[in-house]
Design a protein around this ligand. Sequence first.
Ligand SMILES: *Cc1c(COP(=O)(O)O)cnc(C)c1O
Length: 362
Amino acid sequence: MGGTEKKYVDEAFATNWIAPLGPNVNGFEKAIREQLGNEAYVAALSSGTAAIHLGLELLGVGKGDEVICQSFTFSASANPILYLGAEPVFVDSESDTWNLSPSLLRSAIEDRIKNHKKPKAIIAVHLYGMPYKVNEIRAIADEFQIPILEDSAEALGSTYEGNACGTFGDIGILSFNGNKIITTSGGGALVSKNKNYTDKAIFLATQARDDAPHYQHSHIGYNYRMSNVLAGIGRGQMEVLEERVAARRANHKFYEEALASFSEIDFLQEPEGYFSNRWLSCILTPSFEIRERLRLALLEENIESRPLWKPLHLQPIFSDHAQFMDGTSQVLFERGLCLPSGSNLSQEDLEYVVATIKNVLS
Ligand SMILES: *Cc1c(COP(=O)(O)O)cnc(C)c1O
């Protein structure tokens, strides 16, 4: 926590505003909107996953439809496709940003149109906070007139050509889960330049109650709104977002500089115009064996590190679905490692991690 969260939570208690909705929800949405450069409207929800679920529904995804999804991501990016009875089509990453490959995206769309039917939406992810190739992906989406669901769960505070991640999709989503760069302990948001989408998201997220004196329903609703207590935490967290981004970027810079003499260790670079919040500091090793040796040596010192996300097309639950791959994400999974990345790591912690890695490599 940053410090002022408790003040906002106390306000909720003092005013007895414990029910969902209330001043903290409005204040949190306003703070997010400002962070996004006032470029989008915001609906605070109970999780990022709930935001993806509502987002896909608002983009018209339903039973039997196909949705293209970046394979190299956390399972929550794709699970809501299945909630809606739709079919994921997985597409591999490129190696400049580790995100959705424009050329494979094009192949996938052309193949599905030729053989079957046009995908209803494209889920593109800013993984680890690194923006995807926004202009290239947007050009393809526009050419085929397919909307983008922008999964910005890991990229709050990242920008592309000066604009905030979250504002590039027809619908964007954010997450405030406990592991993200800022947190409400659990929470998310749906954001869009189109106010119809955020208005409809709020309607669906509050049980889709029609405008009537009694309880009247003409849509299936959800209970997906953020609570006013948790939004209080969010308001305090928004005040320290910039600090947190600086701390995460400093971690990455430290690792990169400290390991610069080991040419076999690669770091993902920011291409021109890209600004990553460096949510997690990741390295790429030359082989699975070396990755595992590093991971186990760190573990031996009580330092937790983790392999990169396992691509969804390799997950038992998703492996039956259509896929357009060139092997990029599988290599990242086999050779990549997320190093300790918390915003509160001390200089001593960072040096300890680096010393342990250097021991293995030399
Ligand atoms: C965390 C995460 C989500 C889901 O967000 P929750 O708030 O945990 O439901 C979705 N996509 C990605 C890429 C994530 O990292």
